[in-house]
Structure formats: structure tokens, C-alpha cells
Design a protein around this ligand. Structure first.
Ligand code: HEM
Length: 401
């Protein structure tokens, strides 16, 4: 079987070229350095998320040392029971009534801190902090300690950015998690005594099969939410601004007609999903386009490649907010037409929240900035192959009066 090397410099520079190669020549290939089978066609990726032959167990090496066992690595009834504890907090009504005003407030306070300067670093000053602030609020954690949560999150994030890491990255992440656990232990004790209406109180008072959730599990739930909701939304927002600036005609369309915002968000998530790869492990041998994957094999599902599948999307390498294949109304439900939130039983719990965060943030930033461009005309470089995102993003802008 032919192969493509994820670790080559060329691949790291422009994985999109290789996504096309995968579709045309290697819809299934074996990646020897990581002992995994790679699938990339939309149809195969969607099936891998939906078919229980593809289990979620291979997250262990990445997730377990940091967050312990969470719903992300679980399968079957155990997964459903754990997931159901948090699902109601991420549904439309709760989100609209409780969370929407907090999100607006968070975006406004970060924009106020730009303080009339004409150049900002959008990632550092906005996209990297905003989703963490939102999750800290939803969990009902002390807002004055946002800097601590942000630090722990930043130190653990590097573990999730690539498909192979140095031991130093894991060591730093584990030390950060030790500090986090000591801090959270006391907060959880207090919240169990005096529960409120926040998500941490939901976790502290929940029971599964009549058994209270152990403290370790609650801590892992919270850190996994900070991770899953933080780095994805940060990267999605930064990529969206990069896409809009690289496609001024599309930015102009959005400026003219704000009702296109949902479409623009969905198209940006299709074009530049934060997570490019997600793992599964086969419980038995299975046939996909291009051949057979054996039992107990690690499968890399190429979400970003699936979103560029020409049999699903016309001119897939064009960023087009009017594209006809996408119905923005279903894009954040299980029936999504893009692969960026996954599919099936592990479909992103936070998809509605992420959409709401992106709507609020993009609207508030476009309202604040009359005109904007990359500072010094420097197009931000995209990095990462597991998750992919603009490394930094300096923006020069004029305040809207
Ligand atoms: C699951 C993407 C935002 C929480 C997932 C999965 C993807 C994804 C692809 C599926 C993983 C799998 O099947 O193995 C994204 C993207 C986001 C985003 C692109 C932003 C643009 C969020 C937010 C939260 C969140 C804001 C919550 C605060 C979760 C959780 C899971 C998950 C808890 C695991 C669900 C399960 O295993 O049943 N996300 N996510 N995500 N996401 Fe998101």
C-alpha cells in the first residue's frame, strides 16, 4: 500500500495538497511511523464516526495522562450515560437564556481592552482567551482566577497539537494538571456543600447508576471541557479572520449582509476545521474505499480532508460563503453537512455553543473594526497537522465610529 508521510516538511507546509492526493490516489493508506490506517473521503470518515466497529479507545495516550478517562474515550452505554450528564447544559434554551449574555459580556470586555490601539495580536488578545473565559463562566469557576485556568489550559494544549510529542511536553502538561487538581479539589468540596445552577454544580450533584461522580472524574470533565472547547474555538475564530482577510470579496459580502454570518462560520469551519485528524480503533476488520482495515488497527480519520472531498463539495479548495452544499441551519446538529464537529454518538457536545461564541465574537469584532488588514502585510502562517491554525495574527485596524 502506498503512503504519505505526515512528518515530511512538505506535508507540514501544505497538507491540503496531500488531501487531494489522498482522495485521488490513496483513499486508504498505511502510515508506518504511527502504525495507523488513514482514511480521507467524506463518506468513509462519516461512516467511521457512526459505525461502532470504529471505537474511541485510541485517545488514551493523548488524553488519559492529562484528563483521566472522560466521555471522549468511552464507548457504548458508559459513554451515553456520562455524556447525558452534560448534554442538557449545552442545549438551545439553556444556552440562550443563561450563556448568551455572558458570552456577549466576555467579547465586549476583551474588545474594550484593545483600548483604541491600531494594531492588536488577535490570537493573544482575543481568540485564545475568549473561549476559556466562556467555559470558566459556564462552569461557575471563580472569574478572578481566569489567568490560572488559562495558564493550565495553555500548558496542557501542546499535548493535543501533534501526533507525536516530546516527553518534555507531556511532563509540563502533567505538572500543570497537578496544580489544577489541587486547586479544583477545594472548589469541588465547596460546590458539593453549596450547589448552584452552574455546570460544575450539575457535575457535583450528578449520579450515574445511583453512584455519585468521583472527584477525579469531575476534575477530568472540567479540564476536558476547557481543552475541547478552548483550543477548537480559538483556532476556528483565528482561521475565520485569516480566511476573510485572504478573501476580501467574501468579507465584503458579509459586511453587506450580516444574515450571511451563519454561512460564513460554517464555510470557515469546513475550509479550516481546527481538528484535522481524529483517531478510532477497529474492533473487527472492516472494508472502506481502497481496501480493508484489519481488526485492532488505529484509524486516522482525516476530517479536514473529508471537508475538501470534491465528490461532496464543488471546488472544495475555494472559500465560498455562498456555497450551495451547506445548509447553515443543520450545520451544528448531528445532521451537519461538514465533518468539523464529527458525527454520530460523539458529535461535538459544544457545537451549538461554539457557533454562538463565533457569532458573537465575529459580529462584535466586525462592528468594532471599520477596516482591517494583516499588520505589515504579513499573512499569518498556519501550523500543526493534528490541529491546524494561524500561529499568530497581528491585525492593523481602524475603529468604527
Ligand atoms: C467532541 C470539534 C467546540 C466539547 C468533538 C468532536 C469534534 C469536535 C470533531 C468529535 C470527537 C470524536 O468524535 O472523537 C469541535 C470544534 C469546535 C468545538 C470544531 C469549535 C469550533 C467545543 C466546545 C465544547 C466542546 C465549545 C464545550 C465547551 C466537546 C466534547 C466532546 C467534543 C465534550 C466529546 C463528545 C463525546 O465524546 O461524546 N468536538 N468542538 N467542543 N466536543 Fe467539540
Amino acid at each position: 500500500m502506498h503512503s504519505i508521510n505526515f512528518f515530511s516538511e512538505d506535508y507540514q507546509e501544505n497538507p491540503y495538497y496531500y488531501y487531494q492526493q489522498m482522495h485521488e490516489r490513496y483513499p486508504l493508506f498505511y502510515h508506518e511511523p504511527t502504525d495507523s490506517y488513514v482514511i480521507s473521503l467524506f463518506e468513509d470518515v462519516e461512516r467511521a464516526f457512526k459505525d461502532p466497529i470504529f471505537t474511541s479507545q485510541n485517545y488514551s495516550w493523548q488524553m488519559e495522562p492529562i484528563h483521566g478517562v472522560t466521555m471522549i474515550q468511552m464507548d457504548g452505554r458508559e459513554h451515553a450515560k456520562n455524556r447525558n450528564v452534560v448534554v442538557p447544559s449545552f442545549r438551545g434554551k439553556e444556552l440562550l437564556e443563561q450563556t448568551f449574555p455572558m458570552i456577549q459580556q466576555s467579547a465586549a470586555s476583551l474588545i474594550a481592552a484593545f483600548n483604541g490601539r491600531d494594531v492588536i495580536e488577535l490570537r493573544k488578545e482575543f481568540t485564545n482567551i475568549f473561549p476559556i473565559k466562556v467555559i470558566v463562566d459556564i462552569l461557575g469557576l471563580p472569574g478572578e482566577d481566569l489567568h490560572l485556568f488559562h495558564r493550565w489550559y495553555t500548558l496542557t494544549s501542546r499535548q493535543f497539537e501533534n501526533i507525536a510529542n516530546s516527553p518534555e511536553i507531556l511532563h509540563t502538561a502533567m505538572a500543570a494538571m497537578e496544580e489544577y487538581r489541587q486547586y479544583m479539589s477545594q472548589v469541588i468540596d465547596e460546590r458539593k456543600e453549596h450547589p448552584g445552577t452552574d455546570l460544575l454544580s450539575v457535575l457535583c450533584t450528578a449520579s450515574i447508576d445511583g453512584v455519585e461522580m468521583p472527584k477525579d472524574r469531575i476534575m477530568g470533565f472540567c479540564s476536558a471541557l476547557l481543552q475541547a472547547g478552548g483550543e477548537t474555538t480559538d483556532k476556528a475564530l483565528a482561521s475565520m479572520f485569516r480566511n476573510l482577510l485572504l478573501n476580501p470579496d467574501q468579507l465584503a459580502l458579509l459586511r453587506q449582509d450580516k444574515t450571511l454570518l451563519d454561512r460564513a462560520i460554517t464555510e470557515s469551519l469546513r475550509y479550516s476545521p481546527p481538528a484535522h485528524m481524529i483517531y478510532r480503533v477497529t474492533s473487527e476488520k472492516v472494508q472502506v474505499t481502497g481496501g480493508e482495515i484489519p481488526a485492532n488497527a488505529t484509524v486516522v480519520c482525516m476530517l479536514a480532508a473529508a471537508n475538501r472531498d470534491a465528490s461532496k463539495f464543488e471546488k472544495p479548495d475555494e472559500f465560498n460563503i455562498l456555497r450551495k452544499e451547506i445548509d447553515p441551519k443543520t450545520a451544528y446538529s448531528g445532521a451537519t453537512g461538514i465533518s468539523s464537529f464529527g458525527f454520530g454518538r460523539h458529535f461535538c457536545v459544544g457545537a451549538q455553543l461554539a457557533k454562538m461564541e463565533m457569532q458573537v465574537a465575529v459580529e462584535a469584532l466586525l462592528d468594532h473594526m471599520a477596516e482591517f488588514e494583516f499588520a505589515d502585510n504579513k499573512v499569518p502562517r498556519e501550523i500543526g497537522i493534528f490541529t491546524r491554525y494561524p500561529e499568530s495574527m497581528s491585525i492593523r485596524y481602524k475603529v468604527k465610529i
